[in-house]
Design a protein around this ligand. Sequence first.
Ligand SMILES: Nc1ncnc2c1ncn2[C@@H]1O[C@H](COP(=O)(O)OP(=O)(O)O)[C@@H](O)[C@H]1O
Ligand SMILES: [Mg+2]
Length: 256
Amino acid sequence: MTTTPLAERSTAVAARATELSKVYGQGETQVVALDRVSVDFRQAEFTAIMGPSGSGKSTLMHCVAGLDSFSSGSVRIGETELGSLKDKQLTKLRRDKIGFIFQAFNLLPTLTALENITLPMDIAGRKPDKEWLHKVIEMIGLADRLSHRPSELSGGQQQRVAVARALASRPDIIFGDEPTGNLDSRAGAEVLGFLRNSVRELGQTVVMVTHDPVAAAYADRVIFLADGRVVDEVHAPTADAVLDRMKRFDAKGRTS
Ligand SMILES: Nc1ncnc2c1ncn2[C@@H]1O[C@H](COP(=O)(O)OP(=O)(O)O)[C@@H](O)[C@H]1O
Ligand SMILES: [Mg+2]
């Protein structure tokens, strides 16, 4: 499989977790969802996070994206330590620096595709960079669908709108939790292809949680979580290599 030569890639860190822990509950009902996780997400890199159900994938994503608090350790987005921010500053950072794509497309039904794409920027009172927006819309192949409402679009097209919405403000990093979980394999492949292109062609940084080895193979690297810890990492993954790694979890009696 083809990958960007290392020399062409930026080594700057878009987001970093250091000794990150997240504990839910107390005493006997305590759950350690993240256990001293340290991981870097470099700029212009596409990372997939995999692991058995309950291994802490969503928790890691939510903590690094500033959507959830953590118990100890630190998280930074670019040069900003999340732990040092007040609620308002955190909200602003999420709005200005981070793009999100969820399993449910989360589009507003009364708005057109274009209005949905620019909504976060409209709310923030920011003007979209026209050239960039045009590039994103072209790449995602939505130019002839911009005046359609979500109900007039297929699931795959709706998720492409959601990808364009995440890209529109040119965020420092995009997080997706199972972004193709609601799509059939063809529509999923399209969305994954666009995410990969946004990294290769536009230099975006993408972090995606998935349980699907085929989806993970679109990434530049896969990190594997088990019991709240990073247990392995695969570069330039193939679906087979990822599947093999997942099978080793099953052999230990864990579910996936
Ligand atoms: N709000 C919560 N309260 C208590 N425990 C939680 C909560 N959210 C997640 N957990 C627990 O934390 C662990 C990691 O969950 P999660 O990050 O959702 O895993 P994954 O996304 O890999 O399936 C699981 O044991 C889960 O039950
Ligand atoms: Mg999850």
